[in-house]
Design a protein around this ligand. Structure first.
Ligand SMILES: [Zn+2]
Ligand SMILES: [Zn+2]
Length: 242
């Protein structure tokens, strides 16, 4: 019966490519063209921030220069895509284009990229968005990614583990320490949720990781609120030389 309904649904709504809308064979997938234009991160990566690195792995932990110079307040970090080409337009569509349905396949890619980070009993939490931005966009794309990731990994999700109490000013042009200072005042743990993270691993989820300043602020808040260790997982990573 269910099979028949599904077939009927497919006849009415044949699967379309997430990138361009062309008909495609795989549901929630990309057509061959868009697949080639979407840069999935693979090979050698920085274990801390997920950025792709040149060379080969020797089985030891590898970190990029930035992460070695300024250690991250989290343990491991991964990202599914490079923030470029098709990945950029997919994320902008998810963020500003009112296409929340992109979050499900995106979370699947993230689960794949972050498979080494997942631990039993881990708590998934998104990077918070201020309510005024939430009104404008109607949804927090990171919370949406976190929810789908939770469904796929069967890990618990707390969408409001962290909250923004003030609207963060634009951080461009600020020094790293100024940014950290601004963010540490803006992001707090939800007073009613702190018990959830006591002694527990937390996986922080964001759509795009650029410098990692926001994720770092979130990680510090979780550690200060009793979390055991933090890992971060982003849908896309901005590479340093692009
Ligand atoms: Zn396509
Ligand atoms: Zn790194």
């Amino acid at each position: 019966m269910w099979q028949r309904i599904q077939t009927a649904v497919e006849l009415i709504y044949p699967p379309r490519c997430l990138g361009c809308g062309d008909l495609t064979e795989a549901d929630f997938g990309l057509c061959g063209c868009c697949w080639r234009d979407t840069l999935f991160i693979g090979g050698v990566i920085c274990e801390s921030c997920g950025v792709p690195l040149p060379g080969e792995t020797d089985g030891h932990r590898i970190e990029c220069d930035d992460c070695m110079k300024t250690p991250r307040p989290w343990r491991d970090g991964r990202a599914a895509l490079l923030y470029d080409g098709k990945a950029r337009s997919l994320i902008l569509a998810l963020k500003h284009g009112g296409r929340p349905e992109l979050a499900r396949p995106a979370a699947r890619w993230m689960a794949q990229a972050g498979r080494d980070l997942l631990r039993e009993d881990m708590l998934i939490a998104p990077v918070p968005l201020h309510w005024s931005r939430l009104l404008k966009r109607r949804y927090n794309q990171s919370a949406l990614l976190a929810q789908h990731l939770g469904r796929q990994t069967r890990l618990e999700v707390c969408p409001d583990l962290l909250v923004r109490r003030s609207r963060t000013p634009v951080l461009d042009g600020k020094t790293a320490s100024q940014r950290a200072e601004i963010l540490s005042r803006a992001i707090i743990a939800h007073p009613k949720r702190t018990r959830l993270m006591q002694g527990r691993g937390v996986l922080l989820v964001d759509d795009v990781m650029t410098s990692g300043a926001t994720l770092a602020a979130c990680a510090r808040v979780c550690l200060a609120s009793g979390a055991n260790h933090i890992s971060v997982l982003a849908l896309a990573r901005v590479a340093k030389d692009t």
